[in-house]
Design a protein around this ligand. Sequence first.
Ligand code: MEV
Length: 436
Amino acid sequence: MQTPVEGFSRFTKEEKIDWVAKNYTGNSQETKDLLATYWNDDSKVQQFHDEFIENTLSNYYLPFAIAPNFLINKKLYAIPMVIEESSVVAAASKAAKFWLSRGGFKTTILGTEKVGQVHFMYYGESSKLNSFFEAIKPQFFKDAKSITQSMEKRGGGIKNITLHNLSDKLKGYYQLHCTFETLDAMGANFINSCLEQFAKTLQEQASNANLFSNEEELEVIMSILSNYVPNCVVRAEVNCPITNKATNASVSREFAEKLKQAVAIAKVEPYRAVTHNKGIMNGIDSVILATGNDFRAVEAGVHAYASKDGNYSSLTHAEITNDVFKFWIDVPLALGTVGGLTSLHPMVKTALEILQKPTAKELMQIVAVAGLAQNFAALRSLVTTGIQKGHMKMHLMNILNQLGADKNEKTQLIGYFKDKMVSNASVKEALEGIRS
Ligand code: MEV
């Protein structure tokens, strides 16, 4: 039976690996060797990775790939993507090429406002709290000056602080709802530091003012940024003429109508909307990961945004007007191109370099395009050939690797399956055929 461990974080890496192997893998040398195999030869690089989190044993590899030919606002990008799903990069590249001859992608920043809140309880007269808040409001800005100074110099900072009364939802619940401009930083540390200062100011001012009786006393519960950023939104769009038969510059009427219906279904049907949006996140998350941003924050915010009108719905939209097909996405993305992993992780630095060192706004546009392209590629397959053809073709390599096929066998079987249905069983049978 395993027993709890004391002081694990103080073990050396080797001791941690020994402990894990001893307690969980039958002291397997294979486990120990494998974990060591994935260490980086360059001890400096390894140290970065070790220090990102606690109790690091090894590195966990994901492929770092490139989807080229993305024309965005008339500029050509090759987009770095980190993802394990076999068909995602191929689909992105295909969509990029499809739109390259049809004018490319256009993007617009609709807002860059970040949000944070100080949640507190107050059981007195709300009008008394309102007047108190209005009187002390300038003090919040003053007390946070040492935190905001350098951000303000660059044109960012605190945008506004408002008092929200939510006591109809939860007895005594109020909040300071605060908005920020954090420029090229994702801004989590900046926002959280400001919020903790606001909470201090709120409490100090309340006790100094001698305004509230004991029963009315303010009690701060917590101060934290929100990952829901409905005013930090970017739009990415493609459009092209509709003709009876598709050309290099147009799409066919039949295809445009079908794609529009596929989007319409995802707008009204949550089971479909979730999968539809999952496909969008294939594109978004892989660029977010490659550029060292926080994909959990983005995921949480995006899905909340997809439900903003009361039902979980499609993030993309399609329209046909005057024989023009238009397909677009509005997506909230709080991203950074400075701070955090962006200046630490060597692969992240490279990804940003490949993207021509984008500002946070530019990165928002690139990420939104990756999401839109991914959705377009998925819908295009779904309403024409079906998804499995492309998926299983890409998955063929995974199956061959699982079955231990060598280089020669892989080449033969990739050729063989060019015009055949790929399945686990059919690949196994074909491989056995070659081997016998
Ligand atoms: C698979 O990862 C993503 C898709 O299911 C998206 C979709 O159905 O739109 C293909």
